[in-house]
Design a protein around this ligand. Sequence first.
Ligand code: F6R
Length: 266
Amino acid sequence: MELIISPDPASASRRAAALIAALVREKPDAVLGLATGSTPLRLYQELIRMHRAEGLDFSKVRTFNLDEYLGLGPEHPASYRHFMRTNFFDHIGVDPTQTHIPSGLVNGHVVPAECARYEELIRSAGGIDLQILGIGSDGHIGFNEPGSSLASRTRIKTLTKRTREDNARFFSSPDDVPHHVLTMGIGTIMESRTVLLLAFGESKASAIAGAVEGPITSSNPASILQMHQETKFLVDEGAASKLERSDYYRWVYDNKPAWQRVEGDR
Ligand code: F6R
């Protein structure tokens, strides 16, 4: 696990983009796990820029998103399918048939079947090479709210009141935020070969301090990443502001051997 503190969200996002670009250049059919929300937007903009200006080729990449709201179809402006299309997929030349998001239009007993189908799709793609994560102010990753089993797989979850409030900005009215979602489980996320968790702003500072320096607990689902060997937390000063060992994390980064650096990762 590595903690990298950047002066601002833009430089943290450039670091994340450099790491993803290095993977895609080395493995053109890489399997990327993707997140939605405000946090990865700058990262997606930087990858779009690299595609246009540097020819970064996404044509063979395969993608799996973390989650989707139940009840929202792909054309709904707040659905995560719509979010991904407009903010990323439409601009990078990825094959749309290779972009996967759980269906928000399943109901009743079809829900477990959709979750099992999603898990099987990830497995048959060979697993996720690199998973992008944001973090909720309550420590959730994907939509695995506090109390989620740390071994969970893709399934239906009920959003907390706080997450519905946090996400109300994407909907015309707070009451429109669905109560239920399908989300990759924590066990699913933990099988990704590499994890990049991005967090920006003071509203994420407690969740980050708990995840990185607190005990491993389902009360802060992101804390399970302490058990993942290839996880980088890419945070800005605000999100780092409650870390007790921030001087040490900066010291580690500044003294990294040259061979461990990724081009552009500065
Ligand atoms: C999104 C997701 C969530 C968000 C988290 C932070 O696909 O799975 O875990 O990453 O809610 O959201 P933002 O970035 O909007 O603060």
